[in-house]
Each structure stands twice: as structure tokens, then as C-alpha cells.
Design a protein around this ligand. Structure first.
Ligand code: NDP
Length: 451
């Protein structure tokens, strides 16, 4: 019997922490986990899941309009959304999922302790006044919205609160041009809010393929989202009716609500990391090696708190890899190449591999780009276009970049990600028979290079 209370104690019951905990318990380890918020973490409680439910909810108005063009007798002009009802339904679903997460942990034999965990020494954790000892400790505390410290920042909301707004504002300013900002711009625009997105850069979604950035921006603007580029917010002031956002040294913008989506910071504060000398990087993320080990031998970290690839499925993969290494004697590392990802903007993005700029740095490439009107909109008449782009490495003929914008593209990208991970070449794409009529068939029928 070990001298410790647990073989593994996990701080943080989000996607990564829960997966590592339950798999380790499945391999026979005695595992405990602590959480000071709701079990499920950012993705399930404050991110991917509630966000996507609101994305679905906010965009039905277009379906209702399109239905008319297909012969349905509905009056799209009188269709309105009961936002509080949608929020209540979303909350009920989160409550259900929270229960599922509790069951997952208890069925796996993992002990859950409510409260914030702080490291006392390399084998001791304080959880809300209770002292716990463990042979190995995993930090999986995730991240938290970060905002610039400007006057009036206390008036703004973040994605945490945006998911719970009961009364929709008439006008809203969203600051930031990343994943979260463009997704919420789509949600609130869809729900009928007048959305202005303010970005300091010349374009949205830095780091994404240029064609994707331009295409999505055009589509968002067509839907009525106003995107103000190269605009830096100086301050925010509360007024009788809302807020005044002052930007670029004097320009004043009136609005009813201000949301910031200017990145996320690893949650490493007040964890006792400094006492143990656990190394942090400049972004205050925990530094780990290829096997998620921190600078203290028996302490590990996975997921957003390490600020590497901040995506739920990556945290899950890291949690599984760590459990296998520690308690199943099968060290395996996560392969970070060709991780597909999606942005649930409106329309959404699906993407795998290198952007055109990144690929060019590796060597000569061929680029295939196609923009097209989705078949559904031939009858609906909706002015929305899709984008499909392939990047092929000349030396190997491998498809090393795939970037899509349009309905269902996250679903499409997932399948193509398997092929790309397996090393699919353009010749494989060309010899694959399309499924007709679909948007995805475009990807196997691109014959003419664009550049
Ligand atoms: P991102 O890092 O994606 O984007 C941050 C945005 O805020 C950028 O546009 C950046 O501008 C801007 N910004 C940063 N600091 C400032 C500042 N001081 N003033 C004004 N603008 C600023 O962060 P998000 O918050 O959107 O998302 C965080 C992470 O969450 C993502 O990186 C992603 O990993 C994850 N996520 C994934 C999703 C998905 O997979 N669908 C959905 C949501 C989140 P600039 O470009 O000029 O630097």
C-alpha cells in the first residue's frame, strides 16, 4: 500500500483532467480529482457545447426564410426567437451533461472533491482546507478569458457571461478577431442583434489561411456584421442607456453591451506552483516535456494550462496518453501533426494542415481554390458562397492543407483529416469518386491549379 492517499490526484475536472482521471482509475490507480467550478470544464460548461447549441439556435431564421423559397407557408418576417427559452433549454442540457460527468467519475471509481486545489509540496495538495497526499499530481486547470487593462474594462462581458445573457441587447460590440469573437458575432447577429466587431489587426482570424480569412469576413459582412479593422479600444464608459466605447484616440461608439474575446490565459495563478519551482513560460503556461512532465518529476500538466494546442480533443488525447504512460506501461505521445479544427462562425470553417503561407515556407506547392454557391441556395436565392482550398506539396504530391468555409465544413474536414494524416496525395484525391450532388465532391474534382 502506497504511503499516499492517492496514486494520482488531478487538479481540474475539465475535459483533459476527467479523461486522465477515469482512464488511470480504469488501469487500477487510486485517483482523486478536485474542481472548484462545475465538473466538465470550459468545453462542456462555458465553451464548445453551450456555444454550439446557441449557434444552432441562432441560425434557424435563415432556415425559415429558405423554407419559404422551397414552398413552405411560413412567415419569416414574423418569426422571432425567444432567447430566454433557448438559454433555459441550453442550461437544462448542461445540467444533464454535468450529471453524466459525475457518473463517469464515480463509475470509474474516481473520488471527486469540491474545492480549489493548491500545491503545498510535491506530494501534498490543499483542497479547501483538506490536506491530500498523492504519489503523482496532474494539473489540468485550463484557461480563462484575458483582457487588456484599459479604463472601463470592468463593464465588459466575456464568453463566460455571453452564454448566459437572458435579454438580448439591440446593439453589441465584440472586441477581438479570434475564434471566440467570430463565433459569438455569428450567434448574436443570427439572433437579431446589431453586431459590430472591433479588431486591431487588418483582418479577422490571424493564423488562418488568407483566403479563408477574406472569404469569411465577406460572408459575415453580407449577413450584416460590421467589422471595424485597425481599431484599438482606449476606454469604455457606462452611460445612461448603455456604453460608450472610445477607440483610436477619440472616436466614440455607442452600444448596449460590450463583449471581449481577446484571448485566454493559462490558469496558473494561486496554485502554489511558484513554491515548488514549477517552470512557467512567458505566457504563464506550465512548461512540460513530451510526456507532460513539469520541472518537478512527479507533477504533470495537460491541456490549455500548457498553452500548446488549446483544443478539447487535444486535451483528451493528452489525458489518455498520460494515463497510459503512468498506469498502463505504454508510453505513447500525442501526434500533433494535421490536427483538424473548426470555427463555428456563420458560415463555419473546417481546416486541416498548413495554410498557404506556412506551406510556401516548406517548399514549392500547388494551390487549388474553388468558390461556389451551395446547391441549396440555387432555389433559396440566398447570397452565400462556399470556399474550398487544397494545398499540395509538389515534391511529394501530398495534400498538406485543406481549408473550407461553408455549411457542414467542420463535418467534411473531419473525414478528410483521416486521409491527410494517412498521407493522401492529390492523385488519391483525384482517383476518389465524388458523391453527387454534395459540396464535398468539389474536393475530389479540383483539376485546374489556381496558382
Ligand atoms: P484567439 O487567440 O483566437 O484570438 C484573440 C483575438 O483577440 C485576436 O483577434 C487578437 O488580435 C485579439 N487581441 C488580443 N489581445 C488584444 C488586445 N489587447 N486588444 C485588442 N485585441 C486583442 O483567442 P479567443 O479568445 O478567440 O480564443 C481562445 C482560444 O480558445 C483559441 O485560440 C482556441 O484555441 C480556443 N477556441 C477554439 C474554438 C474552436 O475550436 N472552435 C472555439 C473557441 C475557442 P490579433 O490577431 O491582432 O493578435
Amino acid at each position: 500500500m502506497s504511503q499516499y492517499d492517492y496514486d494520482l490526484f488531478v487538479i481540474g475536472a475539465g475535459s483533459g483532467g476527467v479523461r486522465a482521471a477515469r482512464m488511470s482509475a480504469g488501469f487500477g490507480a487510486r485517483v482523486g480529482v478536485c474542481e472548484d467550478m462545475r465538473v466538465g470544464g470550459t468545453c462542456v460548461m462555458r465553451g464548445c457545447v453551450p456555444k454550439k447549441l446557441l449557434v444552432y439556435g441562432a441560425h434557424f431564421h435563415e432556415e425559415i426564410e429558405d423554407a419559404q423559397a422551397y414552398g413552405w407557408s411560413v412567415d419569416a418576417r414574423s418569426a422571432t426567437i425567444d432567447w430566454p427559452r433557448l438559454i433555459a433549454k441550453k442550461d437544462a442540457e448542461l445540467h444533464r451533461l454535468e450529471g453524466v460527468y459525475h457518473s463517469i467519475l464515480s463509475n470509474a471509481g474516481v473520488e471527486l472533491i469540491n474545492g480549489r486545489g493548491t500545491l503545498v509540496d510535491a506530494h501534498t495538495i490543499d483542497v479547501a482546507g483538506k490536506t491530500i497526499t498523492a504519489d503523482k499530481i496532474l494539473i489540468a486547470t485550463g484557461g480563462w478569458p484575458s483582457m487588456p487593462k484599459i479604463p472601463g474594462i470592468e463593464h465588459v462581458i466575456t464568453s463566460n457571461e455571453a452564454l448566459d445573457i437572458k435579454d438580448l441587447p439591440q446593439r453589441m460590440i465584440i472586441v477581438g478577431g479570434g475564434y471566440i469573437a467570430v463565433e459569438f458575432a455569428g450567434v448574436f447577429n443570427g439572433a437579431g442583434v446589431e453586431v459590430t466587431e472591433i479588431i486591431r489587426a487588418p483582418n479577422i482570424l490571424r493564423g488562418f489561411d488568407e483566403d479563408v480569412r477574406n472569404h469569411l469576413r465577406t460572408e459575415m459582412e453580407k449577413k450584416g456584421i460590421s467589422i471595424r479593422t485597425e481599431t484599438v479600444v482606449d476606454s469604455i464608459a457606462k452611460t445612461a442607456n448603455g456604453y460608450t466605447v472610445t477607440a483610436n484616440g477619440g472616436e466614440a461608439l455607442e452600444t448596449d453591451l460590450v463583449m471581449y474575446a481577446t484571448g485566454r490565459t493559462p490558469k496558473t495563478e494561486n496554485l502554489g506552483l511558484e513554491n515548488l519551482g514549477i517552470e512557467l513560460d512567458r505566457a504563464r503556461a506550465i512548461v512540460v516535456d513530451d510526456h507532460y512532465q513539469t520541472s518537478v518529476d512527479n507533477i504533470y500538466a495537460i491541456g490549455d494550462v500548457t498553452n500548446r494546442v488549446n483544443l478539447t480533443p487535444v486535451a483528451l488525447a493528452e489525458g489518455m496518453a498520460l494515463a497510459n504512460k503512468l498506469f498502463n506501461n505504454t508510453p505513447r505521445s500525442v501526434d500533433y501533426d494535421f490536427i483538424p479544427s473548426a470555427v463555428f462562425s456563420h458560415p463555419p470553417i473546417g481546416s486541416v494542415g498548413f495554410t498557404e503561407d506556412q506551406a510556401r515556407e516548406k517548399g514549392p506547392i500547388d494551390v487549388y481554390v474553388s468558390t461556389f454557391k451551395p446547391m441549396k441556395h440555387t432555389l433559396s436565392g440566398r447570397d452565400e458562397k462556399g470556399l474550398m482550398k487544397l494545398i499540395v506539396e509538389q515534391k511529394t504530391d501530398r495534400v498538406i492543407g485543406l481549408h473550407l468555409v461553408g455549411p457542414d465544413t467542420p463535418e467534411i474536414a473531419q473525414g478528410f483529416a483521416v486521409a491527410m494524416k494517412a498521407g493522401a496525395t492529390k492523385a488519391h484525391f483525384d482517383s476518389t469518386v465524388g458523391i453527387h450532388p454534395t459540396a464535398a465532391e468539389e474536393l475530389v474534382t479540383m483539376r485546374e491549379k489556381t496558382r
